[in-house]
Write a protein that binds this ligand. Structure first.
Ligand SMILES: O=P(O)(O)OC[C@H]1O[C@H](O[C@H]2O[C@H](CO)[C@@H](O)[C@H](O)[C@H]2O)[C@H](O)[C@@H](O)[C@@H]1O
Length: 556
């Protein structure tokens, strides 16, 4: 006879206490007290709170017995209902639903001497709860929302036990410990428990399947899963968290006195950002006069979000953009490159009328100096094995984020969430970024976020390569302008800023790294939006046209 136990905690009233404060004789007595403990008894715990709606709690148990009749008579699910903190109508509703469903399960699947569900609705002593943890084969937490939920961590610690417990229960200390967790994907601790079976608690069938799976996995797998759980819990203890908070605080405060803080945005979008005191708005007069003084100019321009507003649906460049790009390219002192995440074909089609414009497609993986030249592959990467790792992860987020899609480029994979719910999409994007960074840590790729995208692309620095090409041609830039709007452009800013006083630039070089909007950036300058960027580029184009007119008048 297997006894499975699950707990319904109506309120989180528990406090962590170290092992040393336990009353060993009481635990020992409790564990030996029939019918809760014998060598063949399996216990299952599950926690929930009535104020967080529980769609799948009991229905999934009914499904377990319906779909897996083998467990009837072998599994007893014990649910411990802690007293509710609140007394609202919803609390009462959940309580009465809990009682009536437990009754129904017992009537349907029970028999004399066997109740598949045991519902304990009196408060448990702390030592009793700990004892339940120790003997539970599996802990199940199916809350549909919860901040952190420490129950799985406590369960793991209890399952690991210690010497004293082994001695009390006459367990062989050399036998590896086991633990099984079924947890809701909506609770805070879920991402940290890589050995847990994660479920969507709204999906009754999936929860029943997970319960069944937790019962049937081989013993060796239960041990491996426990090893994973315990390794995490024992290394990420209170000391670890305190230390990491302190480190974060130190990092945030390091340049605090030097930095300026700004409140930006309105309502829910309001946030305080701290910016380098040297970060300032780019003055048109300043850049135009530096432009006029210079002889060899390198100009690197991002496209989406920089020259084209994110809100525009048709991203095809308008005649105004084509016009000033051509004016800039006609100036013999300029080398102009459009550096975009877009693919070769899109850039070729869009900029076919800009004959002298250099194009860097897929963030510089492909480059073409002019319209009549062939594309070259610039990054020495031929292996794309990382796509096999990245794609399934992106697919997972696409399935759970309605409106999101995956774009497959020759060198990169992009997860788009422009058409997903904005808040949920950006939360998912943050998670995906972390997830991809951790699984691709050893691959030669970088994971970047952009305008409603998360992109994985080969590492490679387009700005470095462009400066190198100019140097090979004997052109040492004395003016560098680099404009971009998102994280994928930060590498360019870093390269050109750190090239100052190096061999790639003239010692007199003036460098303008400019981002769009006021935000933490490696760029020294910002302009408010794409309109201001376009105005600035038009200003430079006008300066080039004036210089060309003056030159032609002089030569006549
Ligand atoms: O380097 P950029 O020129 O800024 O290009 C970055 C990405 O552009 C494209 O995505 C953008 O446009 C999409 C619609 O046209 C929009 O849904 C998305 O939110 C934008 O970021 C392109 O699809 C990506 O591959 C580029 O990396």
């Amino acid at each position: 006879m297997f006894l499975a136990l699950y707990l319904l905690v109506y309120a989180k009233t528990y406090i962590y206490k170290p092992w040393t404060t336990f009353s060993w004789p009481r635990i020992s007595f409790f564990l030996k007290f029939p019918p809760l403990w014998n060598k063949e008894t399996y216990l299952r715990f599950s926690f929930s709170c009535p104020t967080r709606k529980r769609p799948t709690k009991f229905p999934s148990r009914i499904h377990l017995y319906q779909q897996h009749p083998d467990w009837r008579g072998k599994v007893v699910l014990v649910q411990i209902a802690n007293p509710a903190r609140g007394r609202g109508r919803d609390v009462q509703e959940v309580q009465s639903e809990t009682y009536s469903t437990a009754k129904r399960i017992n009537e349907t699947f029970g028999r004399p001497g066997y109740s598949p569900v045991v519902l304990i609705d009196t408060p448990l002593q702390f030592y009793e709860r700990i004892a339940y943890y120790m003997i539970a084969e599996c802990c199940m937490v199916t809350a549909v929302r919860d901040g952190m939920n420490l129950i799985p961590y406590e369960y793991i610690i209890c399952r690991q036990g210690n010497e004293k417990l082994d001695e009390t229960l006459q367990l062989d200390p050399s036998v590896p410990k086991k633990s099984m967790l079924v947890v809701s994907e909506f609770i805070g601790c879920s991402p940290s428990l890589s050995g847990a079976i994660r479920v969507n608690p709204w999906n009754i069938d999936a929860v029943a399947e997970a319960m069944d799976h937790a019962l049937v996995v081989p013993e060796s797998e239960k041990q491996l899963r426990h090893e994973k759980h315990y390794r995490y819990v024992s290394t990420h203890d209170v000391g670890y968290w305190a230390q990491s908070f302190l480190q974060d605080l130190e990092r945030a405060c390091r340049d605090h006195l030097r930095r300026r803080c700004w409140g930006i945005g309105f309502g829910l979008g309001f946030r305080v950002i701290s910016l380098d005191p040297n970060f300032r708005k780019l003055s048109l007069d300043h850049i135009v006069s530096a432009y006029k003084r210079s002889r060899n100019r390198a100009i690197l321009l991002d496209y989406d979000g920089t020259m084209m507003a994110p809100s525009v649906t048709d991203k095809t460049p308008n005649p105004e953009v084509i016009g000033f790009l051509n004016s800039l390219c006609r100036d013999p002192k300029n080398v102009v490159f459009l550096v975009s995440g877009r693919d070769k074909k899109t850039l070729t089609d869009w900029f076919s009328s800009c004959e002298k414009l250099g194009l860097a497609a897929e963030h510089g993986y492909f480059m073409r100096q002019r319209h009549d030249e062939d594309w070259e592959t610039c990054v020495p990467v031929t292996e794309f094995d990382w796509k096999q790792t990245a794609e399934p992860v992106m697919k997972l987020y696409t399935e759970t984020t309605d409106g999101s899609t995956i774009e497959t480029k020759e060198s990169a994979l992009v997860w788009h969430y422009q058409y997903a719910d904005p808040d949920f999409g950006s939360c998912q994007a943050k998670e995906l970024l972390d997830h991809l960074e951790s699984v691709l840590a050893n691959d030669p790729v970088s994971v970047k976020s952009g305008q409603h995208i998360v992109e994985v692309k080969p590492q490679g620095l387009v700005a470095e390569r462009l400066l190198e090409t100019m140097r090979e041609k004997g052109m040492l830039p004395d003016f560098v302008l680099c404009v971009g709007d998102d994280r994928s452009d930060e590498d360019m800013f870093e390269v050109i800023t750190s090239a100052v006083a190096g061999p790639a630039l003239s010692p007199m070089a003036e460098v303008f790294a400019c981002t769009v909007g006021q935000k933490p950036s490696k760029a020294k300058y910002y302009l408010k939006d794409t309109m201001e960027i376009v105005r600035m580029l038009q200003g430079l184009a006008t300066a080039s046209e004036q210089a060309a007119r003056t030159a032609s008048q002089v030569s006549r």
